[in-house]
Design a protein around this ligand. Structure first.
Ligand SMILES: [Zn+2]
Length: 117
């Protein structure tokens, strides 16, 4: 499962950050997933429940935010929201657009605890 591999990559990233800060526990993880990232948030949450075992984030909560799809027109330069299955310029309707946002998978923030004094 594709989501599982993403989750494992994410967990090592999260653990790295937590260790760098000397934390012993990760409480909360916030992810931002674009609608075009090719990732099912529901499958990712399920993969997370498995991937978090035996890590610093074994009791962490995963929060997934889905961002908008934003395109920039190569004809008229307009920038704006577009539908996932209809990537057209919001201003002139041209299909020659660049994707500005929508296919990202970003670790937004993590909350850690157990930092030794
Ligand atoms: Zn346009």
């Amino acid at each position: 499962m594709h989501e599982m591999a993403i989750c494992q990559g994410l967990m090592s990233q999260v653990e790295q950050i937590a260790r760098d800060k000397g934390a012993t526990r990760v409480e909360h993880i916030v992810l931002s997933i674009g609608p075009l990232a090719g990732v099912e948030p529901e499958l990712l949450s399920r993969a997370f429940e498995v991937a978090r075992a035996d890590t610093l984030a074994s009791t962490a909560e995963l929060e997934i935010e889905t961002g908008p799809v934003v395109v920039e027109c190569r004809s008229c330069g307009a920038k704006g929201g577009a539908k996932v299955n209809r990537l057209l310029c919001p201003s002139c309707g041209d299909w020659k657009v660049n994707l500005v946002q929508g296919d990202e998978l970003l670790l937004m923030s993590i909350e850690i605890s157990g930092i030794p004094v």
